[in-house]
Ligand binder design. Structure first.
Ligand code: NAD
Ligand code: ZN
Length: 359
């Protein structure tokens, strides 16, 4: 048996208002005045001048606004890398991603691709990156994905939606300031937060579970239940959800996700459904695999009066179902974690089609 030796984020700051410490953190990492820090910022903040003015710019540092409307694409990463190579004489001193999972993944991918030749699509998979990434920092502004701790950056490529999973992917520094999550729309708060809750359910009920994953998964689940089922004060809720996301991410680092993720990747590939909401749409219909988790999820949906889209697969063609089924079935470790080594006995193409038809 070979045990996994995975990297973790080496430095992390936590605290309300800690965003103001970013300048002090970055200064020693500046190579010289020609090597800028590049801030990739969710364009939802473009109009929020109060936050933008707190970004510690100096020398030729640059802010690039990126839309989180769609999930990040390999060609978008390639274009950003080209833009940085064309615009600056020196390689950036660092890339700082400020936003949700979309921006965090974008920052990780750009940092990797600045030091590795070719297109980002050539690195989708496991351990295909050979050179250290440029110094990169993650500053989440919405909680749930665990992208701030994970060893992957999930990208939509020409052929597949798949992460660049590598030892060079994790951030060198993460700054967790729960205040930055002020203003997240309620539905989005729920969908992204449920990504964390579903990570916990899939990890804790999976066959890959070990004490390492369990310890993080249980803590994350407890925090999610406090946030979504109890009536706690907003600041406390923001703090707790940010830590839930972190622990949920740590939990799946040493285990795996399961049925909801395998199916939601298919939905997202075919229909462009975003990760958080896609997971919720699937999870709502798979009580047979996660009876307890889905029951609690439905309670949370009810309590917060959240809209979960229905019938999105009605009217799809056979070919379209096949595409979703192919994407989903290719994620073998997810199925194996969920259902064990003999998962193929349960999850036939026919069964999977029936499951997709419910969504
Ligand atoms: P997101 O980054 O897509 O953002 C969702 C929405 O919330 C966007 O409209 C964004 O503009 C808005 N938003 C973010 N912060 C805000 C704030 N403070 N105020 C107002 N609006 C705000 O959301 P997400 O759910 O965090 O990320 C989803 C992405 O993360 C997907 O692309 C998915 O593939 C990826 N993901 C990655 C990992 C990983 O380990 N790398 C894990 C899970 C998901
Ligand atoms: Zn997820």
């Amino acid at each position: 048996m070979k045990f996994r030796n995975f990297p973790m984020v080496p430095r992390v700051v936590f605290g309300r208002g800690s965003f103001d410490q970013l300048g002090e953190i970055l200064t020693p990492k500046r190579r010289n005045s020609e090597a800028p820090f590049v801030f990739l910022v969710d364009d939802v903040f473009e109009a929020k001048k109060a936050l933008i003015e707190r970004i510690p710019l100096c020398c030729n540092d640059q802010i690039i606004y990126v839309s989180a409307e769609e999930e990040p694409k390999t060609k978008q990463v390639d274009a950003l890398v080209k833009q940085l190579n064309d615009n600056f004489a020196e390689k950036p001193s660092g890339i700082i991603g400020i936003g949700g999972g979309t921006l965090l993944d974008m920052a990780k991918a750009v940092a990797i691709m600045l030091n590795n030749p070719g297109s980002a699509s050539e690195y989708q998979g496991w351990d295909l990156v050979h050179h250290q990434a440029v110094y990169h920092v993650g500053v989440p502004t919405i909680s749930g994905t665990g992208a701030e701790v994970s060893r992957t950056t999930v990208l939509m490529g020409p052929e597949r939606k798949l992460g660049i999973n590598s030892d060079y992917t994790p951030f060198d520094q993460v700054l967790l300031d729960p205040e930055l999550t002020d203003g997240v729309p309620k539905n989005q708060w729920f969908y992204t937060g449920m990504d964390c809750y579903i990570h916990c359910v899939e990890s804790l009920t999976g066959t890959y579970l070990n004490a390492f994953s369990q310890s993080y998964g249980e803590k994350a689940m407890e925090l999610c239940e406090e946030v979504y089922l109890q009536d706690i004060e907003e600041k406390e809720s923001q703090d707790k959800l940010m830590m839930a996301s972190w622990h949920g991410g740590m939990s799946i680092a040493y285990s795996q996700v399961g049925v909801a993720h395998a199916m939601s990747y298919g939905l997202s590939y075919l229909l462009g459904v975003k990760h958080g909401i896609g997971n919720c749409m699937v999870f709502d219909e798979i009580e047979e695999f996660y009876p307890e988790g889905v029951k609690v999820f439905k309670k949370m949906v009810d309590k917060h009066q959240i809209y979960i889209p229905k019938n999105v697969c009605a009217g799809l063609s056979d070919k379209e179902f096949d595409t979703m089924i192919n994407v989903s079935l290719s994620l073998e470790p997810l199925w194996e974690n969920a259902l064990g080594k003999d998962w193929k006995d349960t999850i036939t193409r026919h069964k999977l089609r029936e499951l997709f038809e419910r969504i």
